[in-house]
Design a protein around this ligand. Structure first.
Ligand SMILES: [Zn+2]
Length: 429
């Protein structure tokens, strides 16, 4: 394109020299300035930023990491640059997965592995991320194109395959085991798998892979009517796996495929998908960079602005053999875990007060404790005029008692029944 525009300019120059009439020459001048304008716009469109070796906290307009590194200065994270050590696998680059991939790319994640077999369609344009000119491209190719432009520092690996096929599953497993990015890493080659698929079968495949590899993962989903969603953390052996607590549709014995009717498609909203992707990546960042508390399950009901949380223990009668193995290992490792927790507690008690970040505080800025603030607002919103009642219970009513080691191993069917009821309540319109 650039060479063609150059050639056009030179042709115009020759043409102008050969002309005698003044008005013709003026016209050529006009065309020449238009071509120069086009040429400049073309150069601007192709301007890519170069790779950055070390993340800097320097506050300059040209530093893409200054706002992220500020999290360290604000005391939210200890070491933000650690994010470059992590590998995340995203299965399903649809409405949630593509947005999650973009967020992690903008955060400067070390490596992203992307899995999808689908193509971009115009019917996807009600969602974020993909653009109309990418229609017809595979979702993986289109994602790599966009993400490389946004942040060339992220190592991107894309796999255009269906993980539910025998061959697809083999490639999926070997890509997860590959440790060339960080050879000293323990366990598999990835730190976390994000499941952003839209069907039960694919979720069961991710579940199988994670149970076999003892790989922590996060599941996400958006309802077919587009107004609710959830994210869930799954730690093999420690929390319920996807087979421990099957979703309602499968639990009732209905074949998921019979639910899909010809010419009828699921509804989707960029808002709900964006919210779920945001919750998923927020939980991912907290898990990786160790700040705040990582949620075991967070639901989102858009109609009622309701965010239920819960914890799910593994099912001692789980049908997945690898899950049962991981549950056994988890119980056997209890003494070592207790010792490590006691040691960490002792060290925390011995540690001295952190030193003051700022000796002088000329603006008198103070940080308000979130917990205190929450209590304050709870107290004020809890007061209702006589005769009125809250439609929904307070968030505290949904906080389950803390899970103890003993109860973890003695789960009964009652827990699943309770979970089923909670899911039913969440899905009720
Ligand atoms: Zn299980």
């Amino acid at each position: 394109m650039e060479a063609e525009l150059k050639g056009l300019l030179s042709d115009l120059h020759s043409l102008k020299d050969s002309l005698r009439e003044r008005s013709h020459k003026d016209l050529i001048d006009k065309i020449q300035s238009r071509v120069e304008h086009l040429s400049a716009a073309e150069k601007l469109a192709n301007a890519h930023r170069s790779k950055i070796k070390d993340m800097s906290a320097e506050v300059v307009d040209s530093n893409p990491y200054s706002r992220l590194m500020a999290l360290q200065r604000m005391g939210i994270v200890d070491n933000y640059e650690r994010i470059r050590d992590f590998s995340i696998a995203i299965v399903g680059i649809g409405g949630v997965g593509s947005v999650a991939a973009e967020m992690l790319t903008r955060c400067g994640i070390g490596r992203l592995l992307l899995y999808d077999y689908d193509k971009v369609e115009l019917a996807n344009m009600n969602r974020l991320f993909f653009r109309p000119e990418q229609a017809g491209m595979t979702k993986t190719d289109a994602a790599v194109q966009t993400l490389t432009d946004i942040n060339p520092d992220v190592v991107l690996e894309s796999y255009t395959l269906n993980i539910t096929t025998v061959q697809g599953f083999e490639i999926f497993m070997s890509s997860l085991k590959n440790k060339s990015f960080r050879p000293d890493k323990e366990g598999s080659g990835v730190d976390l798998i994000l499941s952003c698929v839209d069907n039960y079968e694919a979720r069961m495949v991710v579940n199988q892979a994670c149970n076999e590899l003892n790989q922590t993962w996060m599941e996400s989903g958006v309802s077919e009517n587009a107004v609710s969603g959830h994210i869930q953390l799954l730690v093999p052996g420690e929390t319920a796996c996807f087979a421990c607590a099957p979703p309602l549709v499968v639990a009732s014995g209905v074949d998921e495929r019979t639910l899909k009717r010809e010419g009828v498609c699921a509804a989707s909203l960029p808002t709900t998908m964006g919210v779920v992707a945001g919750l998923l990546v927020q939980n991912t960042l907290k898990y990786l960079l160790k700040f705040g508390s990582v949620t075991p399950y967070l639901g989102y009901n858009a109609l009622k602005d309701y965010f239920p949380t819960m914890e799910m223990k593994p099912n001692p009668q789980c049908s997945n053999a690898a899950c049962m193995e991981r549950q056994k290992e988890y119980i056997l490792a209890k003494p070592a875990r207790d010792a490590a927790a006691a040691k960490a507690k002792m060290e925390a008690e011995e540690s001295v007060e952190p030193e003051c970040l700022h000796d002088d505080n000329e603006w008198n800025i103070s940080v308000v404790d979130d917990d205190n603030d929450a209590q304050g607002s709870k107290a004020s919103s809890g007061a209702v005029t006589e005769g009125l009642v809250h439609e929904l219970p307070s968030a505290d009513a949904f906080q389950q008692p803390p899970v103890t080691e003993e109860t973890t191993t003695t789960t009964t069917g009652d827990d699943l029944e309770e979970l089923r009821k909670q899911l039913e309540a969440l899905n009720a319109d």
